[in-house]
Write a new protein. Structure first.
Length: 318
């Protein structure tokens, strides 16, 4: 381990991070007087905003449930990260280099499991996206092209292709230093008598991201007739991926959702892409599940459902 993060660095990252900007990734805020902003509390259900943020002080406080703290405590509560993981994430966000004490010089800090899973998903997303533009992905390219999605569109959404075969991604992630224990925990692999093998094979891949833009899972569409699996195959429930708490496209739609007080709920990944390309930039989709309480809570925070307005439009295939 590289040791403990220096206190001076912890203080510096806190001071340099705009708490309002971080919180607005989760909650729609409005001005509530000089130096104060208000929104619906993300820690309890409420209809009248009582969650206050004071950027100059670097703090938040909810007068409804009493939750309060700084940017570190907020991110830890929302993302379920450890303190060290949170400091590292916010430091990376502002491009600040952390220093560690009490460890051997040059040692890489051994991140927690959640950080390792996020790293694995980031590398996998890049692997899939690269493969979409290879000669082996002609069927995927034809499928997307026939639906009006050119390379600019697919790159915007990070669309990728999982090569046919049993261990292309497995070998790639092993070569990046991931252990089989970590790979099993990602949900990107199945396990048989001979060990791990790729869950997604010969399919178009869509990365499923958090509101902050981190990839936590994948959705995959069948392309070939000899694929006996379901038409759509998603990542199973993991430490990162909880389908009842995820909306595909939320990372791209969040700003316009907040600005326009609107969200359009569609059914699938290509529906979200088509809507955004047509100018409906508030479109998101559930990931193979019903629109439930977890989704409602997320959407309400984004469109500020406080009695002042807000529009939810359902456009399912049926």
């Amino acid at each position: 381990m590289a040791g403990l993060i220096r206190k001076e660095d912890i203080d510096e990252v806190r001071a340099r991070t705009d708490i309002r900007e971080v919180i607005e990734g989760y909650v729609s805020l409005k001005s509530a007087g000089i130096g104060t902003f208000k929104g619906l509390c993300p820690f309890h259900d409420e209809r009248t905003p009582s969650f206050n943020v004071r950027p100059q002080v670097g703090s938040y406080h909810c007068f409804g449930c009493g939750e309060s703290g700084d940017v570190y405590s907020f991110v830890m509560a929302m993302e379920h990260t450890s303190f060290v993981e949170t400091v590292e994430r916010l430091a990376a966000r502002i491009g600040y280099t952390l220093h560690y004490e009490g460890g051997k010089p040059g040692d890489r800090y051994e991140a927690g499991m959640r950080r390792r899973l996020l790293d694995a998903h980031k590398i996998a997303a890049e692997f899939f996206e690269r493969n979409l533009y290879s000669a082996d992905a002609q069927e995927a390219q034809r499928f997307l092209g026939a639906r009006g999605f050119d390379p600019a569109a697919t790159r915007k959404f990070g669309v990728g292709y999982a090569p046919r075969g049993w261990d292309h991604l497995l070998k790639h992630l092993r070569s990046q230093g991931f252990t089989d224990e970590e790979l099993k925990a990602t949900g990107m692999f199945s396990e048989g008598n001979r060990g791990l093998y790729d869950r997604f094979r010969g399919r178009i891949i869509w990365p499923i991201r958090t509101i902050a833009g981190e990839t936590i899972g994948f959705g995959a569409r069948r392309l070939f007739d000899d694929d006996q699996g379901p038409k759509y195959l998603n990542t199973p429930e993991t430490q990162l991926y909880k389908k009842s708490q995820v909306l595909y496209g939320i990372d791209l739609a969040k700003r316009d959702m907040t600005k326009n007080k609107q969200v359009v709920i569609v059914e699938g990944y290509t529906d979200v892409m088509a809507a955004h390309l047509a100018g409906i930039t508030t479109a998101v989709a559930t990931c193979g599940t019903a629109f439930g309480p977890g989704h409602i809570k997320m959407v309400r925070r984004m469109i500020t459902d406080d009695g002042s307005g807000g529009e939810i439009i359902f456009t399912f295939d049926g």
